[in-house]
Ligand binder design. Sequence first.
Ligand code: TYD
Length: 664
Amino acid sequence: MSGSFRRLRTALSFAGLAQWLSVPALTAMAAMLTRDDDAAARAQALGGTLVLMLLPVLLLAPLAGLLAARVDRRLMLMIADVLRLVIVVTVPLVGLLAWTLAAAFLVSFVSLLWVAAARASLSALAPDEEARAARTATRAVYGPAPVAAVLFAVLALVADGTLGRGSRADLALYVTAGIFLVSTTAIAMIREIPATGTAALPAPLKLLFQGPGTAAARGLGLAIAGASLTAGAVVAVARVHTAALGGGDAGYGAVLAGLAFGLGFGVFLGPRVLVPFSRRRLLGLAVIAAALALVVLALVHNLVVVVFMTAFLGVFAGASWSTARAAVTDPDAPEDARPAAYLRSVALVTAVVAFIAVPLIAGALGPHRIELGDGVYDFEGSSAGLLIAAAVALVCGLPGYRRLDDRRGVPLVPDLRAALRGEVYTRPEAAAAAPQQAHRERGVFIAFEGGEGAGKTTQARLAAIWLRDHGYDVITTHEPGATKIGMRLRAMLLDRDTTGLSDRAETLLYAADRADHIANVIRPAMDRGAIVVSDRYVDSSLAYQGFGRQQPVEDIARVNAWATGGLVPDLTVLLEIPPQAGLRRLPAPADRMESEPQEFHERVRAGFRALAEADPGRYLVLDASRPQGELSREIQYRIREILPDPVPAGTEDATSTFPAIRDF
Ligand code: TYD
C-alpha cells in the first residue's frame, strides 16, 4: 500500500467523521431552535432536518457525480471540506431554523461531491486494486459513524455543563467545522492525488424503478425495507424520545452511538454467525428481531434500556443488510453491482419514508397518560410512532420470512439449536431414511479446473453470479487457502522461498488444505442445500502432483479420497489452454508452481485431459482461448442440466429443501 494511499485514507476518515458528526449536530440545533414549540412542531423540524439530509442522496447523486468529474479531484476534496466548514460554522452564528434546514441539505449535497471525488482518488492511487480501493472508500465514509455518535454524546455532556440553554448545540457544530479544517489541511498536503477521472454515483430512485434485475433481489428488498424502517424510525424520533426520557442531547448521542455500533457489528456478524443455518431464514428472523427490539424500546421508558435495545436493533438490522447483500452479490463484485445497489436504494427510500412519517405520527398523536390501576403510564407520541413502525416492519418481516424460507417444514427451534452446535438439523424421519435419501438434502458441487491463466477464476465467478441471479444460494470458494489454516498452508505451498519441499509432503499439504476446506466451508454449505462453486479441487492434485510431479496418480487419488470423505463434484468444468499462452496471461512475478518449467505444465495439461477423458459424463471441457461470453454461456447450459428446478416456496416439504426464491 502506498504512503499517499494511506494518508488519503486517513484524511478521508476525518472528513467522514465530520460529515457524520454534522448529522446529530444539525438535528440538535433544530431541536434547540424549536425548544419552545409544541411537540408536533419539534418532531417535524427534526424529521425535516433528517429528510433534507437524505434528499440529495436520493435525487441528486448522478448530478453530483457529473459535477465532481469536472473538477480536479484534490481541489474537489478541499472545496468540499471548506464549503461544509463554512456552512456548518454559520448555522450557530445565524441561529435560524430555516438556515439550519438549508444547511442540512447543502452539507449533504456537498458530501456527495466529496464521496465521488474520494472514491475516484482512492482508486486512482491503487489502480490495480479496484475492489480494495472501493472497500477502503466505503470504510472511510461509513466507518467513522459510531465514533461520531460517541463524540457527539461527549460534546453534549461538555456543553451541558458549560454553555447556556440557548447555545448548547453550538459546540458540536464548531467541532464539526474544526474537523473539516483538519481534513482539508491533510488533503492539501497530499500532492500525489491525480487530477481527473470519474466515479459514477448510482441514482437510487432510478434503480428502484428499474427494479433489481433479479427475482432474488426483489424478494430480499422486502426484508431490507423492514430492517431499514426499524433503524430509520429510531433515528427519526431519537431526539424527541430521549428528551421525553430526560436524556437531552447526550442521551440522543448515546442512542445514535448504540445504533451505529450495533449496525457495524451486525454487518460484520451477518455472514459469520450460524454458518450452517439457512441464510434466508436468518435474514427473515433478523428483521423480525429488529422489529421486536423496536417494540421494547418504544414501551420501556428508561434511557439505558432504550440505548441497549437500539444497539440490539442495530445488530439485527446490520446483519440483515450484510446477509441480504451476500445473497445477491459475489464478495469480489464491485460495490455498485446492480442488485446490491438496488438493495441500498430500498434501504435509503425506506429511511426517508421513516424520517417523514414517524415524526408526523408522533406529532399527531402527542403524549397520552394511561391510568393503570394505582399507577399511570405516560405514553409519548414518539412511542406510538415507533410502535407503528415496528408493526409495519413486522408486516415486511413476517411474509418476508415465509417467502424467503428455504427450509419449509423444518421446525425453527431445533434448526436453530442444531446450527448453534454447528450442525444442520435433519428431521428424525429423514435421518432414519438415510443414507439413500441423504443426497436429496444436499446441494450441488461444481469445480473449475485448468492450468495457469486459463481464466477459471473469472468463469467461476460469472457462473456464481448467474446462479445467484436465478435465486440460488451460492458459495464461491477456492483451493488452496479458503480457510484460516488453508491460508497458512497456501503460503507454504506457493511461496517461492519454500525450498526442498518433497513431492509427498506437497501432496499431503494440498490434501490437508482440502480436508479443512471440506469440513469448514464445502460441507456446511452443501448440507444446507447451497450450490458450491470451487476454483480448483481434487483434479488439481491429480494433475499437478500426479502428472506434473510424476508421482503415482492412484496413490494421490487414494489420499484425496480419504481427505475429502469421497466427495466428488457433480460437474467439473475444465478450461483448456496451452501452458505458454496461459502463463503469458499472468502478471509476474510467478509463484512456486507457476515457476515450474514448461514441461511440467505440459504434463499437467495432459493430465487434466486424461482425467476428463476417463469420466466424460462429469466433465465439461472447453477451449479457454474462446471469447469469455461464449464460454460462460456454454457453462450455463451445462450447469442448467445438473440443477434441480428452482422450486417455488410453498411446495410440499420433500421438495422445498432446495433454496430458490419465487418471483413475486
Ligand atoms: P492459485 O494462485 O490459486 O492459482 P490459480 O489461479 O492458477 O488457481 O494457485 C494455485 C496453485 O496451486 C496452482 O499453481 C496450482 C497449484 N495446485 C496444486 O499443485 N495442487 C492442488 O491440489 C491445488 C488445489 C493447486
